[in-house]
Design a protein around this ligand. Structure first.
Ligand code: PEP
Ligand code: MG
Length: 825
């Protein structure tokens, strides 16, 4: 019997029987048999009933391949009729017998005869009286006697359950949960342990761990004189299982039954190699195991359970690794909105950076900083963010933008610093002038109103939603250690600041794969110097401004090298267009004019002159490095001087320097010649030697195609798949959010290509670049540092293409470590 022919429940029960657990007699009907029943092809009922005790009552339960796909509800107490009522009245007492019959009549009426449940609303609480009333109501409604033969009752139950599965609503519901169109239903017919009657009788469920934390702790409930899962429905009288200071327990009431049950559950854990929830019935003190299902669990509990099973030698460590969905780790790394809590969803957008936080709305970075200085939690709401907002983002607890996609500024920074972020929420009706948001349902939100950003699900919620804490506990650390033992592709982090590097180090990234140096220039004191540099009229003035930036950069790099303790640090030379450092509005320009002591008109003119029609394709990256070479000279010097400084304390640091946005080999030659010259100058001035590695970021299709020319000049190529995706599709990464969901919905793209690597197009460029690069230089180190570096499917692709490492936002490092480990198992 297998799960794909008879369903998971049937398979599990078969295993429980083989373990000689006290399972009542059970027969399983296959998917084929049930499909036949729905089509009117009834099995021989006499043969079906033959193995069962003719005195016993029966129940039928659904058994689909995956329990999450649902199925019709179980029907209990089949076989009750007038004769059994008399018999059981003698054995169990009249009230218990009436209760059993009453339950069956009502569930048969509702599930099989499809009568309205309301018709039993007026039925008496006294089971004996209620039974008579219910039978009469059934007969009035159907104009037939209640069926008395077990064979007829069972056949009707089987038919109605089989048909319910084939109904359109049920089919759509399970398909939404991932079931295939032809998913089958098995049915399990089981003899009943009654749970009602004399002696200790009742039912309940038991599991050995807590579903929220995975901690070892017997949980579940037991209710005397009950059937099925009634003990869980919150009614009065349900007992704890284990002795508990909060109230009476099964352990006190029936210690032997409790002990037997506990050992059954433990045996199941060991033999089924899984934490199981046991559904049980006690009949006159005797324990019966009716069913076992995998314990429901959140991500935290899933990790704890898998690790404990492996530590107990029940499963292999590799199995433990395979049991956790890498993405689910996000739940452990960040606070989450309590999934049990009610949600008042105001708007939806792209789930750009996981985690959740609540705060009051502010509309400017300055307001965010001011509020944070008062210790107030704020959510920064912007049309989109720009580098000027970074400090505001650091001050905020979450960010919401109207525009943008997975690789827009807010998304990249949000992930980098672990800040919950929803972008591209086009429904928020952002009105920067009135400083308010107008939601689709007409609600208006103003500065100071409290909202919750759920960056895991891409939702904006009203008010302060209840949150669950992050849980990087011991089990998590253990699982990560095991992942590192099997992994065969390295994982580095994209880290721009010492704070990022600390996070990367804590998550045990194997170095920094991308340090975007421009992010270091946005602190207030540096921004002014940077602007002076941009405004310099002469090369001497520019040199003077760069001389002031040099020690700041050097200090940044020394910090990074120290924090990373000898791990490789890959520093990308300056990349963005210069105008990003200039103010965009009049008040900003006025401020700048004051700071630089220039007439406002000069400032306005210069800012306008630096404007470009298409800045992402304009003067940025290596193009800037070639036209204004002093910037790269300064950065190279800062890197080398920091190298010498950091190497004094320990092993020699070997910095990696990466040139962005290359599209031609000659660009690399020119930049390399200048960096070599700076290295020579630093060596001779300091009298100390060092080495460095030069690499190219492959972000343009042409760089991938010409990788064979470029490779001989460098030691590594790192694929910047954010820009490479943008340029391969001709699709702006900052604007794609507006139509991405329409495109994905209509199947134009299978997924957002900024999120999941486009294997067919961008992927082909990766393969071409890798092949041509390695053909020209076999020892060439290959990596990916676009946002895809943290995506499990993309990691699989890069590993297959022979890459040495992936680099992703620090908070995605654990996800990448586990995803990479699963590929090697
Ligand atoms: C890239 O383009 O993939 C990249 C990593 O650089 P950035 O996101 O800074 O453009
Ligand atoms: Mg780029």
């Amino acid at each position: 019997m297998a799960a794909h022919t008879h369903g998971g429940r049937a398979k599990c029960l078969q295993r429980l029987v083989r373990l000689e657990l006290p399972v009542p007699r059970t027969i399983a009907l296959s998917f084929n048999a049930v499909h036949g029943i729905a089509a009117g092809d009834m099995p021989d009922m006499e043969a079906l009933l033959a193995p069962f005790d003719s005195e016993a009552l029966l129940c039928v339960r659904p058994s689909s391949e995956d329990p999450d796909w649902g199925g019709p509800g179980a029907v209990l107490n089949i076989g009750m009729n007038d004769g059994k009522f008399v018999q059981l009245s003698d054995r169990l007492g009249k009230v218990a017998a009436a209760e059993l019959y009453l339950r069956f009549v009502q569930s048969y009426a509702i599930h099989v005869a499809r009568l309205d449940p309301d018709m039993f609303d007026e039925v008496s609480d006294d089971p004996v009286v209620g039974l008579g009333q219910s039978l009469r109501a059934y007969e009035d409604e159907t104009e037939e006697d209640f069926p008395q033969q077990t064979a007829v009752q069972l056949a009707e139950v089987l038919r109605s359950m089989a048909r319910a599965w084939e109904g359109t609503t049920a089919r759509l519901l399970r398909q939404a949960k991932g079931a295939p169109a032809d998913a089958g239903l098995g049915l399990v017919v089981q003899e009943m342990a009654l749970g009602l009657g004399q002696g200790e009788c009742g039912s309940g469920v038991m599991q050995l761990v807590d579903s929220q934390t995975g901690a070892r702790q017997i949980t579940g409930r037991y209710l005397s004189q009950s059937q099925g899962r009634e003990a869980l429905s919150g009614g009065a009288g349900a007992l704890f299982l284990e002795r508990d200071p909060r109230g009476p327990s099964l352990e006190e009431l029936a210690p032997e039954a409790f002990a037997a049950l506990k050992s059954c559950t433990e045996l199941m854990r060991g033999k089924l190699r899984e934490e199981m929830q046991v559904e049980f019935t006690i009949e006159n003190g005797e324990v019966y195991v009716l069913d076992g299902v995998r314990v429901a669990r959140n991500a935290r509990a899933a990790v704890a359970i898998a690790v404990a099973l492996a530590e107990d030698g029940i499963i292999a460590r590799e199995d433990a690794l395979m049991r956790i969905d890498p993405r689910a780790l996000n739940e452990l790394l960040h606070r989450q909105v309590d999934p049990e809590a009610a949600r008042d969803v105001l708007a939806r957008g792209v789930a750009a950076s996981p985690g959740a936080a609540s705060g009051r709305i502010v509309f400017t970075a300055e307001a965010a900083q001011a509020a944070a200085a008062q210790g107030e939690a704020v959510v920064l709401v912007r049309r989109e963010t720009s580098p000027e907002d970074i400090r505001g983002m650091h001050a905020a607890v979450a960010v919401l933008t109207e525009r943008g996609g997975m690789t827009s500024h807010a998304a990249v920074i949000g992930r980098g610093i672990g800040l919950p972020c929803v972008v591209g929420a086009s429904q928020i009706g952002f009105d920067p002038v009135r400083k308010q948001l107008t939601l689709p349902d007409g609600r208006i939100l103003k500065k100071g109103d409290t909202i919750t950003i759920d960056g895991t699900n891409g939702e904006v919620l009203a008010g302060e939603a209840p949150l669950l804490e992050a849980a990087r506990d011991e089990s998590f650390q253990t699982l990560m250690d095991w992942a590192d033992l099997v992994r065969d592709i390295a994982v580095r982090a994209n880290a721009d600041t010492p704070a990022d590097a600390e996070v990367a180090r804590n998550f045990r990234a194997q170095g920094i794969g991308l340090c975007r140096t421009e992010h270091m220039f946005f602190e207030a004191d540096r921004l002014t110097v940077m602007r002076e540099m941009i405004f310099a009229d002469s090369s001497e003035d520019r040199a003077a401004a760069l001389d002031r930036l040099l020690p700041m950069q050097r200090a940044d790099f020394i910090d990074l090298f120290r924090i990373m303790q000898g791990q490789p640090v890959c520093i990308r030379l300056f990349d963005p267009p210069l105008h990003e450092f200039l103010p965009s509005d009049r008040s900003g320009m006025l401020e700048l004019a004051e700071a630089l002591d220039l007439p406002l008109s000069d400032v306005t003119r210069r800012v306008e002159a630096l404007g470009e029609y298409n800045p992402m394709l304009g003067m940025r990256g290596v193009r800037l490095g070639i036209t204004v070479p002093e910037i790269y000279d300064m950065q190279a010097r800062a890197i080398f001087e920091a190298t010498i400084e950091a190497s004094r304390e320990g092993a020699p640091v070997v910095p990696e320097i990466m040139i962005p946005l290359v599209s031609a080999m000659r660009e690399v030659e020119l930049v390399k010649a200048r960096i070599d010259a700076v290295a020579a100058a630093v060596r001779s001035a300091s009298g100390r030697d060092f080495t460095y590695r030069l690499g190219v970021m492959v972000e343009t299709p042409r760089a991938a195609l010409r990788a064979g020319d470029i490779a001989p000049h460098v030691s590594f190529l790192s694929f910047g798949t954010n820009d490479l995706t943008q340029m391969t599709y001709g699709l702006s990464r900052d604007d794609a959010g507006r139509f991405m969901s329409a495109y994905v919905k209509q199947g134009v793209y299978p997924e957002d290509p900024f999120h999941t690597l486009d294997v067919d197009g961008v992927g082909e460029l990766l393969c071409i670049g890798a092949e041509r690069g390695r053909a020209a230089k076999p020892e060439l180190v290959l990596s990916i540092c676009g946002e895809h570096g943290g995506n499990p499917e993309s990691i699989a692709f890069c590993r297959a293409a022979g890459f040495d490492y992936v680099s992703c936002s620090p908070f995605r490092v654990p996800v990448a470590r586990l995803a990479a480990a699963q590929l090697a198992v």
